[in-house]
Design a protein around this ligand. Structure first.
Ligand code: OFO
Length: 176
């Protein structure tokens, strides 16, 4: 059973994961329109992943006899300027999500909710990996350069990262 403070904090987290899913979907669409199919594929997959993160919390709340609520999703931006600006935004959002997970963990400690503490450990690792991945992408973009002629190489690099990430997820899925 969840206390109401934890239940509503988890429902807020659903909103953040849901927004991330829509934000990455908007970014995928923008990338596709810019002819950056590798970036688009990466972002479509990230968007699906965020939806799964959202559903994981949904299932947990209801399993714990709480009530998972569908969130209101704010309108995402539709114009991202440059690929570097886009990934700066992704990284900033991931940091925001990490912060929110940390606050949830602090609350779970305060409320002595060991089940939720245990449940949130998966997100701690996930956020660490996602932040590292986004930093890695930003470093590559800086190294390759953000100019028009560099975009082709950035896109190829993103396609490679996308394939590697998808393969890693498949392996992890088979082991859980
Ligand atoms: Fe849900 O992991 Fe990123 O935000």
């Amino acid at each position: 059973m969840l206390n109401t403070k934890i239940e509503s904090a988890l429902n807020e987290q659903i909103g953040l994961e849901g927004y991330a899913s829509f934000l990455y979907l908007a970014m995928a669409s923008w990338s596709e329109r810019e002819g950056l199919q590798g970036c688009a594929n990466f972002l479509y997959r990230q968007s699906d992943e965020e939806r799964e993160h959202m559903l994981r919390i949904f299932n947990y709340i209801n399993e714990m006899d709480g009530y998972a609520l569908t969130p209101a999703i704010a309108q995402t931006p539709h114009d991202f300027g440059t690929i570097q600006a886009l990934f700066d935004k992704v990284y900033a959002h991931e940091q925001k999500v990490t912060n929110s997970i940390n606050n949830l963990i602090t609350l779970s400690y305060e409320e002595k909710d060991h089940s939720t503490l245990n449940f949130l450990q998966w997100y701690v690792q996930e956020q660490r990996e996602e932040e590292a991945l986004m930093r890695d992408i930003l470093t590559k973009i800086r190294l390759i350069g953000d100019g028009a002629q560099s975009l082709y190489y950035i896109d190829k690099e993103l396609e490679k990262i996308n394939r590697a990430t998808a393969a890693k997820e498949t392996t992890e899925g088979e082991n859980t």
